[in-house]
Design a protein. Structure first.
Length: 383
């Protein structure tokens, strides 16, 4: 029996690989002869690039760029041949910013533009960017500055590469912009379809979790809208431009990037279709499985790419009440790992153990088919 274990991470608890390993350990307790293939995935959020590196033959490298506060830092990326991937969260992710410094209008993303120029100099022709989990809300202004664009206030003073500068822009210069190669392709991995501005845009939907106060939403949103109204109006109509606090907008407007499905691209890069073709069972999972998961997130993305006739089971931290009735999206069953009523901190701390227990219990049920030949798993074609 071949079991492909392809979960996403459990945010604030376990990486996708750690989740997959715990599930594998549980299945191997109940089904010691099963072939368990660990294939952790990501949908463009934090941890996606590391997941791809573990599942494929990519080399980890670093480059020196401007950090979130203007200092020079080492930024990691992974490379295979002329293809490179990096995650914006490795520079300006919430986990990288101390709580006392979390001001999304002060954090700089200039280094992302610098990294793109560095990769071009290294001969890279395909760049994939994960934009989830950022602490910035600059509307992509920093990306433009990192690529060489310069912005000035009414006095002719050059502005810093942060969201606060959006309120002061009076003019722009392209004198130091280096044209990107015509054959360069930049793809933004994202599961976010939010536009850049408006009630469903970057500021109103994601601003508070980055540190913006609700009474700031209107003025920040308006400043971003004014900026793109002046320099790239078409971006205001682009689905997904709101990802990463508007970093996706900056990449599209100033670097010619395009937004693509994070999970679909991840599955392509790790060769999922070839690895699942002979599977008997596929396991998916994420920390919170809810109706939002149906809109392109990892579990549904994996289930849709699983061959017809191969059952998919979800093992998740918790299950929302708004989930549709099973089966849906090729998922035949979904399990929460929570074993008892306890605090969130304890649940996060014990997640690995609970994952192993849940997988072992599912494995014990599957093992019944070995003892009862007429068991419904066989009659339904599951095994």
């Amino acid at each position: 029996m071949k079991i492909v274990i392809a979960p996403d991470s459990f945010k604030e608890s376990l990486t996708a690989r750690q989740v997959a390993e715990a599930i594998r350990d549980g299945f191997q307790r109940a089904l010691p002869h099963a072939d368990c293939l660990i294939l952790p995935v990501g949908d463009g959020g934090e941890g996606t690039v590391e997941t791809i590196r573990h599942s494929s033959r990519y080399v980890k490298k670093t480059a020196l760029i401007n950090g979130p506060f203007g200092d020079e830092v080492e930024m990691p990326y992974i490379q295979k041949d002329s293809l490179a991937l990096f995650e914006v969260a490795d520079l300006v992710g919430l986990a990288k910013i101390p709580p006392e410094k979390r001001n999304p209008l002060k954090i700089q993303t200039k280094g992302i533009g610098q990294l793109i120029l560095y990769l071009v100099d290294q001969g890279i022709k395909d760049i994939y960017v994960g934009v989830g989990g950022t602490a910035s809300n600059d509307g992509g202004l920093g990306i433009a500055m990192g690529l060489g664009y310069q912005f000035y206030d009414t006095k002719g003073t050059e502005l810093l590469a942060c969201g606060q500068s959006l309120f002061e822009i009076a003019s722009m210069s392209k004198d130091k912009v280096e044209p990107l190669p015509a054959n360069l392709k930049i793809k933004i991995l994202s599961d976010v379809i939010n536009p850049l501005c408006g009630p469903q845009g970057a500021t109103y939907i994601f601003g508070q979790q980055k540190g913006l106060q609700p009474d700031q939403f209107q003025e920040v949103d308006q400043a971003i809208e004014t900026f793109y109204g002046n320099y790239s109006p078409s971006i205001l109509e682009l689905d997904g431009a709101g990802a990463g606090g508007g970093i996706a907008a900056g990449l599209c407007a100033f670097a010619g990037a395009e937004v693509v499905s994070g999970i679909e691209t991840c599955l392509d890069l790790i060769g999922f279709d070839q690895k699942v073709v002979d599977a008997d069972l596929v396991i998916v999972g994420e920390g919170r499985f809810d109706r939002q998961s149906l809109a392109g997130k990892a579990p549904i993305g994996v289930a849709k790419r699983t061959p017809s006739g191969v059952p998919v089971i979800a093992i998740c931290g918790s299950l929302s009440e708004d989930l549709p009735q099973l089966p849906f999206g090729n998922i035949v069953a979904a399990f929460s790992i929570l074993e008892k009523s306890e605090s969130l901190s304890d649940s996060l701390k014990n997640a690995s153990l609970y994952l192993e227990h849940t997988a072992a219990n599912i494995g014990q049920i599957l093992a019944l088919s070995n003892h009862y030949p007429n068991h419904f798993f066989q009659s339904e074609g599951f095994l």
